[in-house]
Design a protein around this ligand. Sequence first.
Ligand SMILES: *Cc1c(COP(=O)(O)O)cnc(C)c1O
Length: 366
Amino acid sequence: MKTTRLFNFSAGPGTLPLSVLQVVQQHLVSLPGVGMSIMELSHRSSAFEEILGTAEANLRDLMKLPEHYRILFLHGGATLQFSMIPISFLRGTGSVAEYVVSGTWGQKALNEARREGDARVSWTGEKEGFTRAPLPSEINIGADAAYAHLTSNETIQGIQLQDLPLPGTTPMFCDMSSDFLSRAIDIERYALFYAGAQKNAGPAGVTVVVIREDLLERASTDIHTLLDYRVHVAHDSMYNTPPVFAIYVVMLVTQWLRDKIGGLENMGTINEQKSKMLYDVIDQSNGFYRGHARPDSRSRMNVTWHISDDTLATIFARQAQERELVNLNGHRSMGGFRASIYNAMPIQGVRALRDLMLDFQTQYSG
Ligand SMILES: *Cc1c(COP(=O)(O)O)cnc(C)c1O
């Protein structure tokens, strides 16, 4: 049976590098030197210890992570971090948390913080329909804040934050789910950041959390065990059974990023090139394609646009399917189209989508 792989533009779980999937396939029944499947492997075994250690070392290496940051591999998705953060760092402080809301995910994070305590909106793009990122000068962070929370890439709207200033001494927390490992970043700006792996780092089931050690001393002590960052740090992410398979794939993806791509600077350049191919088509379409995000706020991971005419949009969707380009529908709250072009989307896939957009416009524009 021939294996057909479509170009999968899904926002998540997203496409994975083919070479990684092939290694997973080859070793699925029996890991070399181990004699059993990764899915059967005890998390207390030395073989898994090595996998976990390698995944962590790869991440440290890629991000050039300073010693005083810890890496955790947790359950519960990025969504559980929306709760764990305020539970740990707002509870009992009598202080406020500041939330920058540049799209749907930032709003969800804010909503969870409000269950826990006083959370303030430092900036929101809601009135403008989440079409842009804030300017650093627009973000209002009180000196009394326990922390400030950002979403570096709003997956649904396709809004990405570029440079942001350090908000004085306020610890900065960031949801990086959909642009984690997509570019080199200035780690020291963040006290804590996290990403559900299924966008850019692996399969669903594991969330990578990077936390600066000194934060742990400030965390509330009145917390259920599994929600306590200190417990996870003390047990090297193995307080309970970790998502063994997902961590294994993260190890392979980070290896691919380092060895095949050549690190985050290279990845950033490639992602800039890939996204530019699509934004150029939008910009040169005389309004046939209307980008959602303002040009200065565009995401290099999730490209969002509309086609004004509903009938044409339906035909476009069908033609995409015919060319084996799938999962291009915009989020149900947004309509239109969204191409998620994560790290593992090959340039051939982006080229195929660009060609479709160009051909379609030639065929159907006035
Ligand atoms: C997908 C996504 C989430 C939710 O992730 P889960 O792992 O499903 O909880 C949160 N934030 C952003 C930016 C996302 O893209």
